[in-house]
Design a protein around this ligand. Structure first.
Ligand code: 4GX
Length: 267
């Protein structure tokens, strides 16, 4: 996969692209990341890339021409492939693992990062076909969201994670948060490792882990639960944990339907 990053601050990417799994993915040529400073596409004498907003107001707006020409350049260098041109902004759809998987199936990904200011709307109209947000908070630029996307996509590419790590990934893609983990020593500052994990009873260990994964998810991220996809065993665990934790027993568990509407709009 080829990822082109359009940014005024390419040096921000130096560290992460050299480090650990990303560095390995690049070395192994599973992934190629090209950093494009769209200031190089400015035709202005002063290499300016922004200008005053029509209609007035504070701040500056990234002019369309350098960005549009930079996109045209990377597209011309990478013809005839499955491609997405993504603008990073708080106005995009929030990044999820489903979106990461979608992007990991492409041949060419173009990530456009703005800094401080917004983009001239014609950038969206002319060259952008996806807009993604890292989350509902304001950053100084799209570079960190672009890095998050590169990192999350790279680990899904064939051959990037070792066998062990990719097997681990599959075992955790069952929809629950991770169960609590422990290593040596068996007692640390008075805190013991749960007895069952030292027992060697693999069946009991697997049941304990599933139960604690479900407990964590119900307590911390009930919004992640796909109520209609629970196995009968999971459903029984959910009912038992809801009783133990004094959680309101979800209506949909009892009736087997969709969850009730959340009046706070949180879920
Ligand atoms: N997830 N930012 C983009 C410039 C900007 C302003 C307005 C478009 C319209 C962000 C995020 C994020 C700050 C990057 C504003 N672009 N990007 N930048 N959250 O906060 O992606």
């Amino acid at each position: 996969m080829i990822i082109d990053v359009l940014t005024l601050f390419p040096e921000m990417f130096d560290g992460i692209l050299r480090t650990s799994i990303l560095g390995r993915a690049l070395q192994a040529k599973r992934l190629s990341v090209r950093l494009v400073n769209f200031r190089d596409f400015s035709t202005n004498n002063h290499r300016m890339v922004d200008d005053y907003p029509y209609g007035g107001g504070t701040g500056m707006v990234l002019a369309p021409d350098p960005i549009v020409r930079a996109v045209e350049d990377v597209v011309a260098k990478t013809p005839g492939v499955r491609r997405r041109v993504v603008l990073l902004s708080p106005q995009g759809r929030r990044l999820t693992q489903d979106i990461v998987e979608e992007l990991a199936g492409l041949d060419h990904l173009v990530l456009i990062c703005g800094h401080y200011e917004g983009f001239d709307e014609r950038v969206r109209t002319l060259v952008v076909n996806d807009e993604i947000s890292l989350g509902d908070y304001i950053l100084t630029g799209g570079e960190i969201p672009a890095m998050a996307i590169i990192d999350a996509v790279a680990r899904l590419l064939p051959g990037v994670l070792g066998n062990e790590e990719s097997a681990r990934r599959e075992s955790f893609s069952d929809g629950w948060l991770e169960y609590p983990q422990y290593t040596r020593p068996p007692v640390y500052r008075g805190l013991s490792v749960p007895e069952v994990l030292l027992s060697g009873h693999h069946g009991e260990i697997a049941r304990w882990r599933r139960r604690e994964a479900i407990r964590r998810t119900l307590l911390r991220r009930p919004d992640l639960v796909n109520w209609s996809a629970l196995t009968p065993e999971e459903r029984k665990e959910v009912e038992a944990i809801a009783r133990e934790e004094n959680l309101p027993l979800p209506q949909q568990i009892a009736e087997g339907g969709a969850p009730p509407a959340d009046p706070e709009g949180e879920n």
